[in-house]
Design a binder for this molecule. Structure first.
Ligand code: NOJ
Ligand code: CA
Length: 678
């Protein structure tokens, strides 16, 4: 109790007293270091517009604000400012797990209070939080007689970029949800895109457009209207408007991270900072860590989730995986297909799924005891097939069952086409929801609360996009939400540039369960993965998740033990992260410091071209010597030939004064462990 009171007091101290002002348009405010500024003014007919600039250069030209409602007049003109409020905030907070232990949250808040001049007289606030590396803003509506119930048809928020540039984006509203490759086009050629959209403006400035704290609202895609102007396009509701609200409400934060280069985008904490602090409480029971699992053989089509001769999740198979994990110091074993419900066509049909009933050939009690004896934990799996209400109906039994079997991490899934999530209302009426609609945004919070009750963390596949909610609900530890390793099993594999795209787009959302480490470099029917072996190791540092799979099978790892050593050594929880260099879709080098340790790890990945990455080792502690254990592409390594397996493992003694140059093969990468010389 005392601890909570102290941290509340600290948080309050961090706020300077607000300054109220009677204001005449346009009104302007600047970030604490004077780098980013916003202006709110009006165009003809009293239409509010906001603009954003950085170091005096325009990033967003005047961009419109407003809403269309299904049952009330639109709100976008005949509006005036009634006052502004400005205050400064500066606080450093701690993450229970993550890429950084401490996060500084330093911003200037600028609220612009607005009122319609018409008879409706609706009032609202546009609330900006200005950071030196970007801006977030949201609409805030107090409860008011003319808006007791709000039914949003569309949000009219625009992002009118002041220059053209290059944009990396995935199409929105298509059947395969978030699982598309990135398009690289002119900003002025963008279609309808999921966020984050990453843009390199003509002058080199990098911008990532996204949203933070997506709760009780529908996900925002953006569609280009004309020129360089994008406009919000909200995800549909099912049998109801895109968004419904009662009384007072706010939108999620609309966010722009703005930086000199791609690395600067990744280094921003803006999105986490725009989320509310931990609402759950103690997370000490959650241990970040790696897992192997009964999985890759299913993805390759050699085993099945369903019962029958190819069933993967048998007691004997799982015991072998537990033995392997225990022998290799891997703390967790995922098992998919362990429960009743997979036998029919489970894709988009999860009505048979029972997350408290194992199949006859999976001896849950025996395996729980065996895992415990071996010091390993099982990772649970709840594939809903998109039957989200059916899942909610068994939350309590499902998470209790997990807890009763010593399971503290559950992987969840929503495999069905976009727009095909099944919601069933209490009266039995069925609706087809979108994965990113308002109802699903609330569903995921319900999962977090239901799982937390039993001290279970979850990793959602086919999820809603990440918007930093792991700060508020820290048991939501990871998610998929892009094309992961599984695509490397099938035809139409991820191209070599995929991960260099992910780091500067999808990874700005937060952790991704990518499932790296397929050292056999082989997918279904013996097909070759478009990667070198060293790149598979690099992904453990480059693609962040607190729970990370070693996705290949024990039999395959047995054939690649020297390289597997890096997977054994690499941790999944970090006190510090530095992006040392990178260009979107081309290459990236990231160094991370292990939590509670002096060890650093480094990963570099490239694209289809051969290149070198050079960086200083000034992240190491000065005056200390380190052994660098280097796993790099062999001189002949190439993702297009059998030499994709060519890897050199070597050691060097280094200090913080040194620099390092590593060659990345076509489709290649490099991984380094820096361990202190005692
Ligand atoms: C898709 C997930 O991404 C994959 O990891 C999982 O094995 C299948 N769904 C089945 O749940
Ligand atoms: Ca490229």
């Amino acid at each position: 109790m005392r601890k909570i009171a102290t941290s509340l007091a600290l948080a309050m101290l961090a706020f300077a007293t607000p300054v109220f002002a009677q204001a005449k348009a346009p009104v302007t405010a600047t970030s604490p270091g004077g780098i980013v500024s916003v202006t709110l003014g009006f165009e003809g007919e009293g239409r509010p517009v906001y603009s954003v600039s950085r170091k005096g250069k325009p990033i967003l030209a005047p961009s419109r604000l407003g809403f269309l409602f299904t049952d009330a007049a639109k709100l976008d003109r005949r509006i005036e400012i009634t006052g502004t409020e400005t205050r400064d905030f500066d606080e450093t907070w701690t993450q229970p797990w993550g890429e950084w232990t401490s996060i500084r949250n330093h911003y200037r808040e600028f609220k612009v209070h607005l009122k319609e001049t018409t008879a409706l007289g609706r009032v609202f606030t546009v609330s900006f939080r200005l950071y030196d590396d970007g801006v977030g803003f949201r609409y805030e509506f107090p409860g008011q007689p003319n808006m007791a119930l709000t039914s949003i048809a569309e949000e009219l928020t625009e992002f009118a970029f002041a220059q053209d540039g290059t944009a990396w984006w995935k199409p929105a509203f298509l059947w395969n949800r978030e699982e598309y490759l990135y398009n690289k086009t002119a900003l002025s050629a963008l279609g309808t895109a999921d966020t984050p959209v990453t843009i390199k403006l003509a002058d080199g400035t990098h911008v990532a457009l996204h949203e933070a704290a997506l709760v009780d609202y529908s996900g925002m895609a953006v569609a280009r209207t004309e020129g360089n102007t994008l406009r919000a396009q909200l995800t549909p509701g099912a049998g109801r408007p895109k968004v419904e609200k009662q009384g007072a409400w706010t939108t999620p934060w609309r966010t722009l991270i703005i930086a000199d280069d791609a690395a600067g985008l990744y280094m921003s904490h803006l999105m986490l900072n725009l989320n509310e602090p931990n609402k759950l409480g103690d997370m000490s029971w959650f241990k970040p860590g790696k897992f192997v699992g009964v999985w890759w053989n299913m993805i390759k089509g050699e085993w099945s989730w369903a019962r029958g001769p190819k069933h993967g999740a048998t007691t004997a198979n799982v015991m072998r995986y537990i033995d392997f994990a225990a022998a290799q110091g891997i703390p967790n074993v995922l098992v998919e297909g362990w429960n009743v419900g997979w036998d029919g066509d489970w894709f988009g049909n999860g009505w048979e799924m029972d997350f408290a009933r194992p199949t006859e050939d999976f001896d849950a009690a025996k395996l729980a005891a065996y895992a415990k004896k071996k010091g390993v934990q099982l990772v649970g799996h709840h594939e809903t097939g998109g039957a989200a209400t059916h899942y909610e109906n068994q939350f309590d039994t499902a998470f209790k069952y997990a807890a009763d079997h010593n399971i503290t991490i559950v992987k969840t899934g929503y495999v069905t086409d976009a727009g095909q999530i099944e919601r069933v209302d209490p009266d039995g009426t069925k609706y087809r929801e979108w994965h990113e609609g308002q109802w699903m945004s609330n569903h995921f919070v319900r999962v977090a609360l239901a799982a937390y009750k039993y001290k279970v963390a979850f990793d959602s596949h086919e999820p809603i996009k990440g918007t930093g909610l792991q700060r508020t609900y820290p048991n939501w530890v990871s998610r998929e939400g892009s094309r992961g390793m599984e695509y490397n099993s099938w035809a139409g594999k991820n191209p070599p540039e995929h991960e260099a795209n992910l780091v500067f787009t999808r990874m700005l959302e937060g952790p991704m369960d990518f499932t790296p480490g397929v050292l056999s470099l082989t997918g279904e029917n013996g097909s070759a993965i478009l990667s070198t072996k060293a790149k598979q190791l690099a992904l453990y540092v480059v693609i962040y998740s607190p729970v990370v799979m070693a996705a290949d099978t024990p039999e395959n790892y047995a054939l690649h033990m020297p390289a597997f050593k890096f997977i054994r050594d690499v941790p999944t929880d970090w006190s510090e992260t530095r992006v040392l260099n990178g260009e979107v879709g081309d290459y990236v080098t990231i160094a991370r410091k292990q939590r509670g340790s002096e060890q650093w790890f480094l990963g570099a990945v490239g694209d289809e071209e051969s290149r070198t990455t050079s960086f200083k080792l000034d992240f190491l502690t000065p005056g200390k010597r380190y052994i660098a254990e280097i796993y790099r592409d062999g001189d002949d390594a190439d993702y297009r030939t059998p030499a994709r397996h060519s890897i050199v493992i070597e050691q060097r003694t280094v200090t913080a004064n040194d620099a390092m140059t590593l060659r990345l093969a076509p489709g290649g990468g490099a991984a380094v462990r820096f361990r202190l010389v005692k």
